[in-house]
Each structure stands twice: as structure tokens, then as C-alpha cells.
Design a protein around this ligand. Structure first.
Ligand SMILES: NC(=O)c1ccc[n+]([C@@H]2O[C@H](COP(=O)([O-])OP(=O)(O)OC[C@H]3O[C@@H](n4cnc5c(N)ncnc54)[C@H](O)[C@@H]3O)[C@@H](O)[C@H]2O)c1
Length: 243
């Protein structure tokens, strides 16, 4: 991918799942990758993104950077009536505030330096409703609005985009599924499967590269067609495979 070799790339939550795949992809492109995580591996920086002071300290250690992949996030399955204050606060502090603190720290460095690219990991949960993830969905929708606002404020030096993955099969998620559950979810996705973390990582690499220099303020959905239709377009609906 054009223009990634030698770039300094920060990946939050880069120790597992999509973040780990992103860190690997940028390394493969010849970039220097710095992982910010609560338990980073060698060469990474320990940072709980929900703690603004820790984020600022981490970015002081990072110094100049070219790309921020805002990836750290968590979701907890719970009916809205059962969401406790602690859960709400943690999900908002991590997914939305944490992404903002990291973007603010990175943006400050990029605007006074050589510019850069910020990619926020939202979700299809930002775009359509899903039961039992009210807090998560609200934070991801917030990230989309944050992306557009920062893109306006920081153009043309810093490009800010959001990626909305659909179902991505990370090792942790795979462990939570029975084979029947996995097959059931896959059956509702037009492409018939989950994404691999590496497919999302490829989109991050593209958006950060010099092939994507006209993208800013964009919200890019990569979901195997999951949100392309409506209930009526699902399997068995009029015109659907079962019609
Ligand atoms: N897996 C999916 O289906 C899917 C779909 C859409 C969006 N996403 C988003 O992609 C991102 C990565 O998710 P994943 O599926 O790879 O899950 P994951 O749990 O494997 O990765 C999340 C990472 O964030 C880190 N993290 C969580 N809280 C943190 C904190 N306070 N400070 C620092 N790091 C923290 C975790 O340690 C972990 O490394 C998340 O933002 C998630 O919401 C995932």
C-alpha cells in the first residue's frame, strides 16, 4: 500500500482481535507500530484509554506519529433495563471518551507536526439498532459524529475517518459461539460468513495510505451486506432466496 513504509502508527487495543491484526498488517507494510493497551506486549505502551491522564502520558511517550487507529473497545450484552451505572460508565469511557482522548492527543501532535490520519473503529451498531447493546450502540454512533466533526476541524492536515465493521470473527468471539450459533448468524449475513480481522486491517491500511488521500469525514461500512437491506430483504423475504 502506497506511503505506509516508515510511518509511525499507534494502535489502541492492539494486543488482540482486530487491533492485533491491524498492528501486524502495518508492520507488514513496513510501518513502525506502537501498541497502546492495558497489557501490551514488548515494545508497547501500557494505557487504559478510559483514563485521560494515562492517554496523555502514553502519547507523550509516543511523540510524533502519522497514524492513529482508535480500536480499543468493549461490549457487554445486557437488556437496557439491566444496564447498571458502572457498566454504562465503563462502556462510554472506553469506546467514546477513550477514543476522543486518544484522537485529541494524536491530533495535537499531528496538527503541529506533519499531519496524519486517524481511523475510528465504529461498528454497524452505530447505524442500525441491535437489542441488548444500547450503551455500546450509543457510543459507536457517537464515534461517527465525532469522526465527522474532527474531520471538519482538522482538515486539510489530518484526515479522520470511521470504519463500521459488521460481524468479525475474533478468537474471543469464536470461543463464545457454539457451531450452531455461528451457523445461524452466518445464515443472516448476505456473504454467508463473518469477516476475518485481517479484512478489517486491510481497510485500515488502505485508509491510512496514500491511496486514500481524498477520504476524510467518511463512514465506511464493511459488513458483508449485513445492513444493505431491511427485514424484508432477509432470507425468505419477497425476492429473497426462499421466495
Ligand atoms: N468483533 C466484531 O464483530 C466487531 C464489530 C464491529 C466493531 N468492532 C470493534 O472493533 C474493535 C476491536 O474489537 P475486537 O473484536 O477485536 O475485540 P477484542 O476484545 O479482541 O479487542 C478489543 C481490544 O481493546 C482493548 N481494550 C478494551 N478496553 C480497553 C481500555 N480501557 N484501554 C485500553 N485497551 C482496551 C482490549 O484489551 C482488546 O485488546 C472494538 O472497538 C470493537 O467495538 C468489533
Amino acid at each position: 500500500m502506497k506511503g505506509l513504509a516508515g510511518k509511525r502508527v499507534v494502535v489502541t487495543g492492539g494486543s488482540s482481535g482486530i487491533g492485533a491484526a491491524a498492528a501486524q498488517r502495518f508492520r507488514d507494510e513496513g510501518a513502525e507500530v506502537i501498541v497502546l493497551a492495558r497489557r501490551p506486549g514488548p515494545g508497547g505502551i501500557a494505557c487504559d484509554v478510559s483514563d485521560r491522564d494515562q492517554v496523555q502520558q502514553a502519547f507523550a511517550l509516543v511523540g510524533d506519529l502519522d497514524v492513529l487507529i482508535n480500536n480499543a473497545g468493549l461490549s457487554v450484552r445486557n437488556p437496557a433495563l439491566d444496564i447498571a451505572a458502572e457498566q454504562w460508565d465503563e462502556v462510554v469511557a472506553t469506546n467514546l471518551s477513550g477514543a476522543f482522548w486518544a484522537a485529541q492527543a494524536a491530533g495535537r501532535l499531528m496538527l503541529k507536526g506533519r499531519g496524519g490520519v486517524i481511523i475510528n473503529t465504529a461498528s454497524t451498531n452505530a447505524l442500525v439498532g441491535y437489542r441488548y447493546y444500547a450503551d455500546y450502540n450509543a457510543t459507536k454512533a457517537g464515534l461517527v459524529a465525532l469522526t465527522k466533526s474532527l474531520a471538519l476541524e482538522w482538515a486539510p492536515k489530518v484526515r479522520v475517518n470511521a470504519v463500521c465493521p459488521g460481524y468479525v470473527l475474533t478468537p474471543m468471539q469464536e470461543a463464545e459461539y457454539t457451531p450452531e450459533m455461528l451457523a445461524e448468524v452466518n445464515g443472516r449475513i448476505p456473504l454467508g460468513r463473518h469477516a476475518a480481522p485481517e479484512e478489517i486491517a486491510g481497510l485500515f491500511a488502505y485508509l491510512a495510505s496514500d491511496e486514500a488521500t481524498y477520504f476524510t469525514g467518511a463512514v465506511i461500512v464493511m459488513d458483508g451486506g449485513e445492513t444493505a437491506g431491511s427485514v424484508i430483504s432477509g432470507p425468505g423475504g419477497p425476492g429473497g432466496p426462499g421466495a
